[in-house]
Structures are given as C-alpha cells and as structure tokens.
Design a protein around this ligand. Structure first.
Ligand SMILES: [Zn+2]
Length: 703
C-alpha cells in the first residue's frame, strides 16, 4: 500500500517537474550563494572548491525519495556496532613515524553534526556513521577487535600465552596503536601468531608494527596464510600498478577533501591509513580446503575460499568458542565483483558457494560471526540470516545477469536492467556500499563475455578524441551543445547532459566552459550516489575538469618489502612491461641471469622488440651472463643500487657484453601517475591555485 502511493507521488512529481522545470529555481532560503549566470546551478559557499555547486532541487528530491524507501526501522546494525565496547583513545588521530598524520577520523566529525545532508545519499550517511565506530570492542570472551583505526579491523584472539592476531591493518603505526590500546585495557601479552585472512594489503601491511621479523625467523611467532597468498599479495598489484594507483584517485577519492560535498567514507570503512607498510612472508600456509590447526591452545578450522573477494582468502571457525571469522567474504556491504580501481573480475558464483559452505558447515552452531570490516553479528538466528542473505546476493547477480545476457542484454545495457531483488536490498548488509548493482552487473558480463556487445560499431571503435569532433560538428558546434547542456542540467537530466558535454570536452580540449559545465553535471550525479566508489568517481571527475590533475608527490607503490617479496619472474615480467617496445625495434640479445644464493637461473631474451624470460634454463650463446645475489637484484628493483654500480664494485659479476644492459635500460620508461583522463587537464587552468592538495602515500588495499 505504502509502496503504491510512493510510486504515484514519484510519477506525479516527475510529470510536474517536466512541466515547470525550466522556471524552477532553488528557493534562496534553502541554498546560500549566488546563482551561476548560465544555469540554475548555485555556488555552494561552504564548498571546498570555488566552483563547487550546491545540490540541485532534482538531486535533493532524489535523496529525499531514497530516504523514504530505505529500511530505517531496522536498527540492529547500531546495536551490533556498539555492543562490547571497552574503550577508545581520546584522539582520533594516529601519527606516522615520518611525522605526518597516518590516520584521521576527526575530519569526519561533520557527519555527526546534523541528521540529514542534501549532498550525501542518506544510506551512505548511515553507513559512514556506523563506520565511525572507534576503539576496542569485545566480540566474545577471548576475542577482541580494534575498529576505526584503519580501513580494516584488527582482531586479537586470546591464546594460552599470548595473542593470535587476525589481519594487522595497512600501516605499522596503526597496528602498533591498536596493540597499545589492548595492552592498556586487557594487559600486556605477546603476539604469538598472525593470521593473514587474504592477500589484500589492508590485511597484512601493518605486520611490522606488531612483530619483529627475527621472531618470525626463529619460530617464536608463526605467520599463517591461505594457499597462494604470496603470489597474489604481490602479483595483483604489480603488472598494472601505476594505472591502479591513478584509478584510486577516482574510486577512493584520494584528492577529495572530507566534506559534505566531497569525500564522506569508503563504505568498507572511513579511509586508508598512510604509514609504513611492509610484508613478512607467512611461515605456515593452509593448503587443504579445510584444515585444522591448534595455536597457543586455540583450536581453529580454516576454510580456504579461493577466488572470492580475493584470489587467496580463508575463513576461520573457532569450534570451542562457536565463533565464525568470515575474513572479508561476509561483511556489511555488497562487495565488489568489479572493483573500479581495477583488478580481475571476481567470481560471484564461487563467492556465493563458499558462503553457502560456511553456512552449512558452521552456521548451525555459530553463536557469533565477525569479520575484517564492520561489526559482528550475534545470535545464531542473525548469523544464519546474514550468511543466507549474502549468499543469495552474490548468487543472484551472477545468475540473473547471465539470465539477461542469454537473452541479449549487453554489457552496455545491463546496468540499466539488472536490479538486486528488493528482499535482498532491504537488508542493510546487502546494500551498495562497496560494489553496486550497476558496476558489478557489468563486471559479471565482462567476466563471461568480455567487453564486446556484438555491435560492430564497438568492435574497433574510434578513440574519444577522434570521434568527438564529428559529433561536435554534427550537433552544430560548441554554442549549441552548451545551450542544450545547460537546458538538460536545468531539467535535472544529468546523464543525458553528460553524454553530449563529454563529446564537447573531448572535441575541444581547450574549452574550459564545457569542462566546467560537465563538472557541474558530474557533481550532481556524485551527490546522488549511494555507492562511495561511484560518488567519489563522479566528484573526482568534476574536480579534475575544474582544476586539472593535482601535482605532488607520487606514491611509491614499490616499497622495499614488496620488491624483496617479488619473485624473479614477476620482476622480469614487469621489466617487459616497463619496456617501450617501439624503442627496442631492431635490438636483439640474450642474457643468462644467475642468482646463486637461491639457485635460480633465467634466460632473458630480447627479440622482435619483446622481452621474455624463462626459468630453469641457460642459453649456450648468451651475450651476457649476469651473476648477482637475490638481494642485489632486489636492490636493483627498488632503485637502491643499480646493476651498473653493483658490477662496478664487484658485488655482481658480468661476463660477456655488458653493453646489452645499457641497451635494455635505454628502452625502459618510468610510469608517471599524473596521466590525463580528460584532455587538457594535465596543466591546471590559468588562475586556479588548487593544486596544492597533498596526495599522501597511497596504500594498496585492492578492495
Ligand atoms: Zn579489506
């Protein structure tokens, strides 16, 4: 009944809107600021950007209607997130060893100052408030979590003599602060083991804040991880690493200030810490599908769940405590099948099946379920409800998207066709806070069918810069497109406006007025999104259109531990990616690489402008044989000490034609982070001085 009347109101509203839209202006008492001369857009005076606009009447209406349709009566999340609270530190800041702020939850205090925001989706406001939980919490007697210290939770399980730590955050500084909090309130105990639940960086990067590598080497501290952990922890972020870092500006809103008009959280948590990240290799790999292990008196049953949220991941069942750790497989969100930052498309069906296995194997007995993000679920009924709901969520998107695909719905249509069933999306834990039905559905099609929609026009499409001029010409030039773009903006038809303005921006890279109008359009679309990755991406697009790409320190994704942990073939593959093949035209050489300390041998061949490598062989006719320690190779990888220097001081030996190394070096390119998304944005528009936002070190959570 309620639903019918809501639909009717919406229909009437949209009809009314179409009739009176052009003359409709926001009431001056609703929005402060002055009207833009060209559209009904209104400058928001408290916006972080001088060109930033207030939410339009259309945006406000969309958010109002969304609020009415959300299940706010169900407030179990608020009970669960506060249950078991022990203590929180006075400060919401954690400093990095290097002196800058590594973690800052204070910047989100604005979220608590009012009940509603007209520039943030009400569901996202709710999730961000829940993610402001901060401090030490008891899950059950013997299991504790520190939450709100980083993107992920850190969990401490009490053993006979010390702590077993699950998932030591991103930075050693935040992990250390969490340990200090637990020492203060539960007494000092040593860390006897660390479990990495999966290969993503927010689940291992802070390990050095908790344990000394020497204690791992001498067996005092065990590090336990799922099978294939090392391969994926490193490999997932190397080959396309620079592109992924650039894409984080969008998905993670790296350049957006915390503000009702900017960054409001990440859905999984409020952000990523920026301290020292490192990796200590696991000493105990869980190889079997189901494997039992007792550590410091704590019985654990590990369930490997490969190809779910991560390629290498595992759940843990604590039979004596009736507690189920679901890693990042079951959290309080609809997770990413396709992550906008970029990774391989995940397998939603496998994900669902492993949740189902956990439900059938442990669900009948579990009294509590807890995970590496968000808050626990208590009581067997609730545990089963959430497991079942999440199982169905991931199975539904897989099955129903393929159902449509088999009837001809393409990757370019599915986002407007697939919807999560209402019974699923009525559960807060299934909502679009990390993945979304819109971008995940396209991911499922992409996984099974790839990018092509079977329309020949999309087989070998023109690049945007080549197709845009003909559109601009046929639409009658810039003035006409701008006029129509303003009309569409004023009518709240933002997607249509973006369609034509995008053509103008690519057709006339120097047209700042077009960029500014497109930015206004993206900004409204950003305000309307429930999903933070979509919100951030629209708002980041708006930012770059207005101000260009911010300059500043490039993050170094190749930290020392990562370079050391890279396998030699991964490193050599990456050199092949660093090579500009066009510069290698006509070059030909063969190098034998020997690392005597670990007994590895490789042949590296440059032929046909392409670099390849093979392990376990040596060429008879190599131009050069390079003998170097694995550490020496790591130093070369990190740029700490070049091959030439190592050869010169005798720490590496070269036999044959050393000149091939400089030939190789002459083909290699350094990847820069500041590549353009929109043409003409690498340099900031004249008169703008907004490019001094500090871009801190970017972590690699690969969520
Ligand atoms: Zn995570």
């Amino acid at each position: 009944m309620m639903r019918n009347s809501q639909i009717r109101v919406m229909v009437i509203a949209s009809l009314t809107m179409a009739a009176c839209a052009p003359s409709e202006k926001p009431a001056p008492d609703e929005i402060a600021g002055s009207a833009d001369a060209s559209t009904s857009a209104v400058i928001a005076e408290d916006h972080f950007h001088p060109k930033g606009k207030a939410p339009s009447e259309y945006t406000k209406r969309i958010l109002r209607e969304a609020r009415e349709g959300l299940p706010f009566d169900d407030d179990r999340d608020f009970e669960e997130y506060s249950k078991g609270f022990i203590a929180a530190p006075d400060s919401k800041l954690i400093m990095a060893d290097a002196g800058h702020v590594a973690w800052d939850l204070e910047r989100f205090d604005f979220l608590m100052e009012q009940d509603e925001f007209d520039s943030i989706h009400p569901s996202l406001v709710r999730q961000s408030l829940l993610n402001m939980n901060f401090g030490l919490y008891e899950v059950i007697d013997g299991i504790y979590q520190v939450r709100g210290f980083d993107l992920s939770n850190i969990t401490f399980v009490r053993g006979d003599t010390g702590w077993i730590v699950f998932d030591p955050l991103i930075s050693s500084e935040t992990a250390r602060a969490a340990k200090e909090l637990i020492d203060e309130h539960l007494g000092e105990r040593p860390v006897v083991a660390v479990v990495y639940s999966h290969s993503h960086g927010d689940h291992w990067g802070g390990v050095r804040g908790l344990v000394d590598e020497a204690d791992v080497q001498n067996g005092t501290v065990q590090i336990i991880a799922p099978r294939d952990f090392m391969a994926y922890a490193i490999a997932e972020n190397i080959y396309a690493g620079n592109a992924m870092n650039r894409r984080m500006f969008y998905q993670y809103g790296v350049l957006l200030p915390a503000s009702p008009y900017g960054y409001v959280g990440q859905g999984l948590a409020q952000g990523t810490s920026a301290g020292n990240s490192g990796l200590i290799a696991p000493t105990r790999i869980i190889e079997d599908d189901i494997e039992e292990l007792t550590v410091d008196g704590v019985r654990m049953e590990f369930q490997n769940t490969p190809n779910t949220e991560a390629p290498s991941e595992m759940n843990t069942w604590f039979p004596d405590m009736k507690a189920l750790w679901t890693a990042e497989n079951v959290t309080g969100v609809f997770h990413n099948i396709y992550t906008l930052r970029g990774t391989f498309i995940r397998d939603a069906l496998a994900w669902s099946k492993y949740i189902n296995e956990a439900l059938y194997r442990y669900g009948n007995e579990a009294d509590v379920m807890f995970a590496s993000h968000h808050w626990p679920r208590w009581g067997n009924e609730r545990v089963q409800e959430v497991l079942q709901g999440q199982r169905d969520l991931y199975a539904n998107i897989n099955n129903q998207v393929l159902h449509f695909a088999n009837q001809g719905v393409t990757i370019n249509q599915i986002q407007n066709v697939y919807k999560t069933p209402k019974s699923i999306s009525d559960q807060w834990y299934n909502r679009d806070y990390h993945g979304s039905a819109k971008h995940n559905s396209r991911g499922v099609v992409n996984r099974f069918l790839g990018y092509w929609d079977m329309n020949p026009v999309n087989l070998i499409p023109l690049s945007p810069a080549d197709s845009a001029p003909i559109y601009v010409e046929m639409m009658g030039g810039a003035d006409k497109i701008m006029a129509r773009g303003r009309e569409l903006y004023d009518e709240g038809r933002y997607f249509e406006a973006s369609e034509i303005l995008d053509k103008l921006v690519f057709g006339e890279p120097g047209n700042q007025a077009a960029k500014d109008l497109l930015a206004d359009v993206y900004e409204q679309l950003g305000y309307q999104q429930e999903n933070p990755g979509l919100r951030n991406s629209f708002l980041a697009g708006a930012y770059e259109l207005r101000s260009g790409i911010p300059t500043g320190e490039s993050p170094d994704s190749l930290q020392a531990d990562v370079a050391r942990a890279m396998t030699t073939d991964l490193f050599l593959d990456f050199v092949g990616i660093l090579m500009d093949s066009r510069k290698a035209e006509g070059m030909e050489f063969t190098i034998n690489l020997v690392t005597p300390d670990n007994g590895e041998q490789y042949v590296i061949e440059l032929s046909n402008a392409t670099l390849t490598n093979i392990e376990g062989f040596q060429a008879d006719d190599a131009d050069l044989t390079l003998t170097i320690t694995r550490l020496g190779l790591a130093q070369a990888m990190m740029g700490a000490k070049s091959l030439a220097d190592q050869i010169a001081d005798g720490s590496a030996q070269a036999e044959g034609d050393v000149g091939v190394l400089s030939q190789l070096a002459s083909t290699l390119v350094r990847f820069e982070l500041g590549f353009e998304v929109f043409p003409g944005t690498a340099a900031a528009p004249a008169g703008e001085d907004l490019n001094d936002f500090e871009v801190g070190p970017i972590a690699q959570p690969s969520e």
